[in-house]
Ligand binder design. Structure first.
Ligand code: NAI
Ligand code: 15L
Length: 273
């Protein structure tokens, strides 16, 4: 069957973190839009389908990552430690690993990446503040610091080498909001997919930072600086509000997890290394 134009619009794509929650969800959605999809993770993945290649490797394995980026047009980089952890664990995937990915992109002439950053880059802003991506970072832990590193690294690779990146500060991307906080931070899988497509197809993105949240009624993040992506979220956490508020009728306003945008991440650690 001849491919429709949209099915080829993303070219030859690498998806890292393919064994993770988002990777598993996005793999099929991206495959439908690519001419070739290479998926990778340190963990085992489902076998390759037609038009796919599966490569199991660790992001801190420099030679393996260099081979991984060979022959692709673009990268969606989801791989890495996705929660707050001791720094020694974070550093391998989220510092060394992201460096390996950008060096490989430079060597292989890959011109555009999407980097899965996180709202935890700015987790120490309060829940009564509305911020945008031009404001200073305020990471809430090792994990947020590592994502801020990835954002800065990708900015350097744009300034020095012209490699474009869209950094998505993902809020909470799950099938539905898990709690009251996620009424503000929730990003539906459909809105994430559309944001990835916009990030990969907008003619010019330079170095863009965008918050990944659906069209929620409660808003902490202003995406005006990323309007050039041409992405407008279509889903909303509002249909979940009544159930989430009923499940958490009272909030302890002295709890830092209620005060700060990071939520429960502010209670993680300190960790002994
Ligand atoms: P996840 O933890 O389910 O998936 C991450 C994947 O990265 C895992 O399959 C893991 O095996 C892989 N990985 C970890 N260390 C690795 C290494 N050293 N080498 C190669 N692969 C490695 O996380 P999820 O939810 O799928 O998130 C994907 C990305 O999006 C992560 O970078 C995360 O930080 C980011 N993100 C996700 C959010 C969400 O709400 N799901 C929110 C904010 C950011
Ligand atoms: C993240 O960065 C994590 O990867 C994810 O597991 C969620 O906890 C999310 O942030 C969040 O802030 O809800």
């Amino acid at each position: 069957m001849p491919a429709s134009p949209s099915s080829l619009s993303l070219g030859r794509l690498l998806l890292t973190g393919a064994a993770g929650g988002l990777g598993k969800e996005l793999r099929g959605r991206l495959r439908a839009r690519t001419s070739f999809l290479r998926v990778s993770d340190v963990a085992a993945m489902a076998p390759a389908q037609e038009g796919e290649e599966v490569v199991q490797c660790a992001l801190e394995d420099r030679a393996a990552v260099h081979a991984l980026l060979q022959g692709v047009d673009a990268v969606v980089h989801l791989g890495g430690v996705s929660t707050e952890q001791p720094f020694d664990q974070i550093v391998q995937a989220n510092i060394i690993g992201v460096y390996n990915v950008y060096e490989a992109a430079r060597k292989h002439g890959v011109k555009r990446l999407v980097f899965a950053s996180s709202n935890h880059v700015t987790g120490y802003y309060r829940q009564d503040e509305v911020i945008d991506a031009t404001m200073p970072v305020r990471p809430d832990g090792h994990y947020g610091i590592s994502k801020a590193f990835g954002e800065n690294l990708s900015r350097f690779y744009f300034d020095r080498y012209g490699i474009e990146t869209v950094c998505i500060r993902i809020g909470s991307s799950f099938p539905e909001p898990a709690d009251r906080r996620m009424l503000a931070t929730w990003l539906s899988y459909g809105d994430l997919e559309r944001l990835l497509v916009a990030s990969l197809t907008a003619p010019v993105v330079g170095h863009t930072i965008v918050y990944g949240m659906s069209d929620n009624e409660t808003v902490w993040w202003d995406n005006t600086p990323a309007r050039h992506l041409g992405w407008r979220p279509q889903d909303s956490s509002e249909p979940f509000r009544a159930a989430k508020e009923a499940a958490q009728p009272r909030l302890d306003l002295n709890d830092p997890a209620v005060l700060y945008q990071a939520g429960g991440f502010v209670h993680k650690g300190p960790f002994e290394n």
